[in-house]
Design a binder for this molecule. Structure first.
Ligand code: FE2
Length: 160
């Protein structure tokens, strides 16, 4: 379903851009939940620092979600943030329920962030190709912040 708009992008471009955005929206919603999973369940000597770090990942993912969902509605489509849609469409790894120690959570969450970042980076070029520079720019911003979040996690794993 496309709502009419005076925006100077064709229905075709808008539909394709929203397809890209919806795919990454489902991933970002999953990432948001995965970061909370880590935030709540991490144990060990670095508990408090990791507990706070994982909440920062959640906050970044929450921003991605809102930015992408509102670009979809800006383009006249429906943003689908339903949990059932997210569960069916996410391309991220299933978060391990039994992860307990800091390293296990760092590895699980960094694997998901890396997969998300790879898909978002691909979406930059895809959005550019279909002729929506603003959506490409949106993905570029998300990609840059995703890279930073990955660094924040991986820095804990790179000292050995
Ligand atoms: Fe909390």
């Amino acid at each position: 379903m496309t709502f009419t708009s005076r925006i100077d992008l064709s229905d075709h471009v808008r539909k394709q851009a929203c397809g890209l955005l919806q795919a990454r929206l489902s991933d970002a919603l999953d990432l948001e939940a995965q970061a909370k999973q880590a935030h709540w369940n991490v144990k060990g000597p670095h508990f408090l620092q990791l507990h706070q770090l994982f909440d920062g990942v959640h906050d970044a993912a929450e921003d991605f979600v809102d930015t992408m969902a509102e670009r979809i509605t800006t383009l006249g489509h429906i943003a689908d943030g339903r949990v059932t849609t997210t569960a069916a469409a996410t391309t991220l790894y299933l978060y391990p329920l039994e992860a307990a120690g800091g390293e296990a959570h760092l590895k699980a969450l960094s694997a998901s962030i890396a997969a998300f970042g790879k898909a978002v980076r691909a979406a930059i070029d895809q959005a550019d190709t279909i002729g929506d520079a603003d959506t490409a720019d949106l993905f570029t911003q998300v990609s840059r912040e995703t890279d930073k979040q990955l660094w924040l996690l991986e820095a804990h794993l790179q000292a050995h």
